[in-house]
Ligand binder design. Structure first.
Ligand SMILES: NC(=O)c1ccc[n+]([C@@H]2O[C@H](COP(=O)([O-])OP(=O)(O)OC[C@H]3O[C@@H](n4cnc5c(N)ncnc54)[C@H](OP(=O)(O)O)[C@@H]3O)[C@@H](O)[C@H]2O)c1
Length: 205
């Protein structure tokens, strides 16, 4: 399969390696990194990106591992922090799907990313939880509407082993290695599932 992996960071790099090890072709996209550059908050650029990539041969999957959230305690959170979080991790991912839709091959798949904050609340988690619910809601609803046998799923990682700077913000959570998160992406891409949220939480065991 030819897979467009958006995000070249901790999760994106692991997804890329896992897919390549399975014999898939990966086209990577970052804001400033990757084979192609695009900001997922820029719909015009996303439309041009997918036309560009499809121009060199059809693609079968889009896997996203990009989209920032700007957390803050509820009472202190600014309009900008809310708007930027919704624009990046929320609408950024939704627009990836909308922009790729005219170009992706029949029976192709989309894999988006949410996170443990959908289900488990830490201090100052409200913005992250709200945006994750937006993404997961989009995935579940759009799975019923996608044409041409297209599928959509969401990977929901807990805090990553590699993201040590986040560990103090997730007391009592069991981190998950990026390689394990990448396997969930592979599961979403390579199996005939749709509308699923693949959770890697180990917090409620
Ligand atoms: N790390 C965790 O513990 C964790 C846990 C649960 C969920 N998540 C979610 O997983 C996703 C990826 O996390 P990560 O830790 O792998 O992030 P990361 O290491 O910070 O990497 C983020 C990647 O996304 C790209 N990116 C960021 N904003 C972008 C934009 N507006 N347009 C295009 N590309 C953009 C960056 O590109 P450039 O470098 O080129 O700017 C970078 O390649 C995020 O949505 C995060 O919320 C992460």
């Amino acid at each position: 399969m030819k897979v467009i992996v958006v995000g070249t960071g901790t999760i994106g790099a692991a997804v890329r390696s896992t897919l390549v090890a399975q014999g898939h072709e990966v086209v990577s996209v970052g804001r400033t990194s990757g084979d192609h550059q695009a900001d997922i908050t820029d719909m015009a650029r996303l439309r041009a990106l997918f036309a560009e990539v499809a121009g060199s041969g059809p693609f079968d999957a889009v896997a996203n591992a990009a989209g920032d959230v700007f957390p803050a305690p509820l009472e202190q959170a600014t309009d900008q922090q809310w708007a930027d979080s919704v624009a990046a991790k929320g609408m950024g991912q939704i627009n990836l799907v909308r922009a790729a839709l005219p170009h992706i091959a029949d029976r192709g798949s989309f894999t988006l990313v949410s996170g443990v904050l959908t289900d488990e609340f830490t201090a100052a988690a409200t913005i992250g939880a709200t945006v994750n619910h937006m993404v997961e809601g989009f995935v579940k609803a759009s799975a019923t509407e996608l044409p041409r046998g297209l599928r959509i799923n969401c990977v929901s990682p807990t805090v990553l082993t590699e993201s040590v700077a986040y560990h103090p913000h997730f007391p009592g959570f069991t981190p998950v290695p990026a390689d394990e998160v990448a396997l969930a992406y592979l599961r979403a891409i390579a199996n005939p599932i749709t509308g699923r949220i693949l959770k890697l939480h180990k917090t409620d065991n």
